[in-house]
Design a protein around this ligand. Structure first.
Ligand SMILES: Nc1ncnc2c1ncn2[C@@H]1O[C@H](COP(=O)(O)OP(=O)(O)OP(=O)(O)O)[C@@H](O)[C@H]1O
Ligand SMILES: N[C@@H](CCO)C(=O)O
Length: 310
């Protein structure tokens, strides 16, 4: 095989109460990576589209190629020559898992080019290296679902213990990206290191409730459990109109609404596509009333994750 193309989808990380431990992928948008073998050894980025020239072109600095270098090192491959084309289809610093989609598409494409020596799950630690380069933290709640699909739970980081849980078929996500940029690194820096016992108890109850609600298709329980008393109160300050947009989603049929990943995107979960669309319209109108343009994506939970396209 001399060339490969792979697509990896955008993701919603944290899913309200599950900071760094919950995530799911949506259908679109996502990043596409093309790899072309060449005779000269080395991984070279030859083109990036959709980033307005803002992303690093050096292989050691871009999440799409950092993961390939880590995988090649692990496999002891030194002489591979490869040209990389990255097609970015989502904004940077968006809270939609932009850096993660590049990392996942990159590692899946390289694994395919090599004849799939590793399983999807075995690729995860390499994809996490892309997040380390992007945000200084190798969290797995974006790369996990983008790579594996489904609703992902990360029970432990050390050792890595990750699994997916079933979700109701009629569960839809509304993802709204306001035209603002927030770096994950900054959004992590402002978080407090200590949490009160009272908030820990409340958060654990909601984490347990959300998992049970999703697995039992109990929409009321999902709705009651979409409460984050630890991260959202701190980070929501960075998102103009946060409270109003959240209220607009819930008043228009959503089960719950919170920050997607590190923000500024906000997501809502709804029963049925109609509720999800209504929530999206209301959220967009609320941002617009404050002079903020936004893009809305309505999608079911992506069960397959990244795909090889050729
Ligand atoms: N291929 C890539 N795609 C996107 N960002 C990248 C990539 N490679 C490196 N980066 C760097 O990662 C940073 C953006 O990542 P960040 O995690 O803040 O955004 P995000 O992935 O959209 O957000 P989130 O993780 O909250 O969903 C930028 O500094 C950018 O230069
Ligand atoms: N769990 C990470 C996701 C970043 O998208 C965070 O909230 O910082």
């Amino acid at each position: 095989m001399n060339s490969v193309k792979a697509f990896a989808p955008a993701t919603v990380a944290n899913v309200s109460c599950g900071f760094d431990i919950f995530g799911f992928a949506i259908q679109e948008p996502g990043d596409t990576v093309e790899l072309y073998k060449r005779d000269e050894p080395g991984i070279v980025i030859t083109d990036i589209t959709g980033d307005e020239g803002r992303l690093p072109r050096q292989a050691e600095k871009n999440s799409v190629t950092v993961v390939m270098l880590a995988l090649l090192k692990h496999l002891g491959i030194k002489d591979l020559g490869c040209e990389v084309v990255l097609r970015k289809n989502m904004p940077l610093g968006s809270g939609m898992g932009s850096s993660a989609a590049s990392a996942v598409a990159g590692v899946v494409a390289m694994n395919e080019l090599l004849g799939n020596p590793l399983s999807r799950k075995e690729l995860l630690p390499f994809a996490m290296e892309g997040e380390r380069i992007a945000s200084g933290s190798a969290h797995a709640d974006n790369v996990g679902p983008s790579l594996l699909g489904g609703f992902v739970v990360i029970r432990s980081y050390n050792p890595l213990d990750i699994f997916t849980i079933p979700v109701p078929e009629d569960l839809y996500c509304t993802l709204v990206h306001p035209d603002i940029e927030i770096n994950t690194k900054d959004a992590r820096f402002i978080l407090r290191n200590e949490v009160s016992l009272k908030n820990t108890i409340a958060q654990m109850g909601n984490v347990a409730g959300l998992v049970a609600g999703l697995m039992k298709a109990d929409y009321d329980l999902i709705s009651r459990s979409m409460v984050d008393v630890i991260i959202e109160p701190v980070r929501s300050i960075l998102i103009p109109e946060f409270k109003e947009v959240k209220q607009a989603a819930i008043s228009n049929g959503a089960l719950g609404c919170s920050i997607s990943g590190a923000g500024p995107s906000m997501f809502a979960l709804s029963q049925g596509i109609e509720n999800a669309q209504n929530a999206g319209k209301a959220m967009q109108e609320r941002f617009a009333s404050a002079g903020i343009e936004s893009a809305v994506h309505v999608s079911g939970i992506n069960q397959g994750g990244a795909v090889v396209l050729q």
